[in-house]
Design a protein around this ligand. Structure first.
Ligand code: SF4
Length: 273
């Protein structure tokens, strides 16, 4: 019997290991260290627990809202559909700013529902937790791939379209689409997959992302490398915790202000007033 696959990769890990293009200045390896190597320390744990920002909460509620609209189609056509979805989301218990922005998103979606009359193969609420991993085993690498898709549409007999919902100013990172396309190769092998992003708040679509099979194989190989590099970094840290800053080098700057760990990070240039 082969040994269990220890290494893992996901878009989140990829984004922690390497910056998106143009984001190098803001990227800090030490954040990965806090999130992935020191997450069980009480102080780090507390910061991670409280790190759900208003923007993240809005993103989650917006996705749940889309789910509710399509779970009960009457809501899309009903004059008080937005109000009903707002009640299902328990918006009334939340801060005014969050309520207001989510209501605007729901209204916008009801006015122009992206998924109306589409063949929906998968639509998640966004709070389902970790997806089931896809085990990838090749001669050179083995890892578990985690890819939580928001929505999958059946575009034609042999094409499916993966859509990732965004809100606020979050930018479209092509790497996220590449991870979904790779996952689709295993989850829906009968189909050709394409992917895109849709910002629910701005009503803005990205261009459609497609890649060849050989490009997808390179993505897979790269994720195998990331999974292994990350595992090695964790091992080094367990062997010598004093080397934290060497294994996960800091990159201080103005962005420390928005880093959840600035209060416990020795390198932060920002301190709470
Ligand atoms: S506070 Fe700054 S240096 Fe420290 S982990 Fe966060 S971004 Fe990196």
């Amino acid at each position: 019997m082969s040994s269990p696959v220890r290494l893992f990769a996901s878009y989140h890990l990829w984004s922690l290991v390497a910056p998106a293009s143009g984001q190098q200045r803001l990227h800090c390896q030490m954040r990965r260290g806090f999130i992935k190597a020191r997450q069980d320390e009480p102080k780090v744990k507390a910061l991670l627990k409280g790190k759900v920002t208003a923007s993240q909460r809005i993103g989650l509620l917006a996705q749940k809202g889309v789910y509710e609209f399509h779970h009960n189609r009457n809501l899309l056509n009903s004059v008080d559909g937005v109000e009903k979805v707002a009640r299902l989301l328990k918006l009334g218990n939340l801060a005014d700013e969050i309520q207001q922005r989510v209501r605007q998103i729901l209204q916008k979606y009801q006015n122009a529902p992206l998924l109306l009359n589409k063949r929906i193969m998968l639509l998640t609420r966004g709070d389902e937790g970790f997806p089931k991993p896809i085990v990838i085993e090749r001669e050179d690498y083995r890892f578990r791939l985690y890819a939580a898709m928001d929505c999958v549409l059946n575009e034609s007999e042999n094409t499916l379209h993966i859509i990732d919902f965004k809100t606020g100013k979050s930018f479209f990172d092509r790497r996220q689409a590449l991870v979904y396309l790779l996952a689709a190769r295993y989850l829906y092998p009968r189909y050709q997959a394409i992917a895109s992003f849709y910002n629910l708040e701005m009503g803005k679509k990205s261009h459609v992302i497609t890649v060849s099979n050989s490009q997808l194989s390179l993505v897979e190989y790269h994720l195998g490398y990331i999974a292994e590099k990350h595992q090695k970094d964790l091992q080094k840290y367990r062997q010598n915790q004093k080397s934290f800053a060497r294994i996960f080098p800091p990159n201080p700057g103005n962005h420390c202000r928005f880093c959840p760990f600035h209060s416990i990070c020795d390198f932060s240039v920002y301190q709470d007033e």
